[in-house]
Design a protein around this ligand. Structure first.
Ligand SMILES: *[C@@H]1O[C@H](CO)[C@@H](O)[C@H](O)[C@H]1NC(C)=O
Length: 305
C-alpha cells in the first residue's frame, strides 16, 4: 500500500515535472487583472506579467488578447532569468489621451537591459494628436514620449507591429546589439512634428525589413554609433525620407559605419536618402554606406494622405 502510494505520487510528479519543462509558461495579462476596455488602467497587470516572465528560468510568453488596453508609462526592465521572452499581442495598447500624463517621461513603453525579447503583432496607439496640436499652436508643450524604446538590450525581434500617432518618435533602438524588425507599420499624419518612424543609435547589427512607414518626420533616422545596419524593402512616405545624422554635433562622437539601404520607395516624401552633419568641429564620421535601388514617387500630400 505504502509502496503503491509513493509510486503513484512519483508518477504524477514526473508527469508534472516533464510537462513543466517542455511547455513555455504563458502569462495572459487579462488573467493578471488587465481590462480590455481601453480605459481601465492595465499598467500593473502588464508589469506583473513581465515580473513573472522575467523571473522564469525557462522561456516565457506574455499574451495580450484582442481588445484595447490602457497603459501609462511602463518600463520592462532586465536582466531576466531567461533569454527567451515572447510578447504576443492580438490587441491594442493605448496611451493616455491627455498628452501631459506621459509627455515628459521620455518614452511610453520601454524595454531596458533585456536579452532575447520578441514582440509579435499588436498595435501601439500613442494618442499623439493632442500634443501635435499643442506644438502647432505655439504654446509651451512637453516634448513628448517615444512610443516604443529598446535601450541597452540584445537579441530583439519585433514583427508585425503597428505604431499609430506617437507623441514623438515611434520606435527607438538605443545601445542595442542584434535587433530585427520586420513587417512593422508606422502611421502618423504627414504634418505631425518629430514623429520619426524608427530611430537607431549606438547600436550594432540591426535589420529593418519589409516595413511601411508613413509619418511626419524621418522615416528612419540613423544616429551616431550605428554599425552594421541593414534596411531592405521599406516603403516611406509621407515624411522626410531616410537620414543618417545629423552627425558631428559633439566634438567627440562615435561614427556611423556599414549601413546598407536597399530597395526602398519614397512616396510623397520631402527627401529621399540623406547624410546630414553639423557644421562644426567633430571626429564623427559616416563610412561604408550603400544606398541601392531607391525609387522616388512624386505625390502631392493631398493625394498621398
Ligand atoms: C556589414 O553589416 C552587415 C549586416 O548589416 C553584415 O552582415 C556584414 O558582415 C557587415 N560587414 C562588415 C565588413 O562588418
Amino acid at each position: 500500500m505504502a509502496y503503491h502510494t509513493s509510486a503513484l505520487v512519483f508518477a504524477l510528479f514526473s508527469i508534472f515535472f516533464v510537462s513543466a519543462l517542455a511547455a513555455p509558461m504563458t502569462y495572459n495579462v487579462v488573467s493578471l487583472g488587465a481590462k480590455a476596455d481601453g480605459k481601465s488602467d492595465s499598467t500593473q497587470a502588464f508589469l506583473s506579467a513581465w515580473k513573472f516572465a522575467c523571473a522564469s528560468v525557462k522561456p516565457a510568453t506574455i499574451y495580450v488578447p484582442a481588445g484595447s488596453f490602457y497603459l501609462r508609462q511602463v518600463a520592462f526592465s532586465g536582466p531576466c532569468k531567461n533569454n527567451a521572452i515572447i510578447i504576443r499581442i492580438d490587441g491594442t495598447l493605448v496611451a493616455p489621451s491627455d498628452f501631459r500624463v506621459i509627455g515628459n517621461s521620455g518614452n511610453w513603453v520601454l524595454f531596458e537591459h533585456v536579452d532575447g525579447v520578441t514582440i509579435s503583432g499588436g498595435i501601439l496607439d500613442g494618442q499623439g494628436t493632442g500634443l501635435w496640436a499643442c506644438k502647432a499652436s505655439g504654446k509651451s508643450c512637453p516634448s513628448g514620449a517615444t512610443t516604443l524604446e529598446f535601450s541597452n538590450s540584445n537579441n530583439i525581434v519585433v514583427s508585425a507591429l503597428t505604431s499609430l500617432n506617437s507623441q514623438m518618435f515611434h520606435i527607438v533602438v538605443n545601445g542595442c546589439h542584434n535587433v530585427k524588425m520586420q513587417g512593422v507599420k508606422v502611421t502618423a499624419a504627414g504634418n505631425s512634428p518629430n514623429t520619426d518612424g524608427i530611430h537607431v543609435q549606438l547600436s550594432s547589427t540591426v535589420a529593418i525589413l519589409n516595413s511601411k512607414i508613413r509619418t511626419g518626420d524621418d522615416c528612419i533616422s540613423i544616429g551616431p554609433g550605428t554599425t552594421n545596419l541593414w534596411i531592405e524593402n521599406v516603403a516611406c512616405g509621407p515624411g522626410h525620407g531616410i537620414s543618417i545624422g545629423s552627425l558631428g554635433k559633439d566634438q567627440q562622437e562615435v561614427g556611423v559605419q556599414n549601413v546598407t539601404v536597399k530597395t526602398v520607395t519614397f512616396t510623397g516624401t520631402q527627401n529621399g536618402l540623406r547624410i546630414k552633419s553639423w557644421g562644426r568641429p567633430s571626429n564623427g564620421f559616416a563610412k561604408n554606406i550603400l544606398f541601392q535601388h531607391a525609387v522616388m514617387v512624386e505625390c502631392p500630400e493631398s493625394h498621398c494622405n
